[in-house]
Design a protein around this ligand. Structure first.
Ligand SMILES: [Zn+2]
Length: 142
């Protein structure tokens, strides 16, 4: 009971204590280092933005240049491998939807990952085209 009351009191005080934006000096909300107008100067926000821009640049490069532009260490490959690891076999179309990239670009990723030996595509009629990670899940993929 006392602990909850203390936390509430701390929050209420934090809200009341005026903080100032490190960039322009304007009053910021709840002790934040930046005002709403300069929130993009926050290191975390910058990092997220850089990652998103890098991902978009890679997608454009892969769409234009094909499998050779795929970055095996990149964010998109990590997303694909993460999905296959967590949820198992998937069709190319489903992978494309889940990673939010277009089907044609996903086919380039699949080609590159197959060439690298990271994934394989099932050939059994029932699951033809299904993508699986190479290794532990091979048997489940047919
Ligand atoms: Zn500011």
């Amino acid at each position: 009971m006392t602990l909850i009351a203390t936390v509430r009191k701390d929050r209420a005080e934090k809200r009341r204590v005026p903080s100032h934006c490190q960039k322009c000096g304007a009053t910021s909300l709840e002790g934040k280092l930046y005002c709403l107008g300069h929130v993009e100067d926050n290191d975390y926000v910058k990092e997220v933005r850089t990652r998103i821009e890098r991902r978009e640049a890679e997608l454009v490069a892969v769409a234009e240049a094909g499998p050779k532009a795929v970055d095996l260490e990149g964010l998109v490959v990590r997303e694909i491998v993460g999905l296959l690891t967590a949820h198992g076999a998937r069709s190319v179309g489903r992978l494309a939807r889940e990673v939010s990239i277009d089907f044609a670009t996903m086919k380039y990723y699949v080609r590159r990952l197959k060439a690298a030996g990271w994934i394989f595509q099932a050939t059994e009629v029932r699951s033809a085209g299904t993508i699986c990670l190479t290794g532990a899940q091979e048997r489940a993929c047919g």
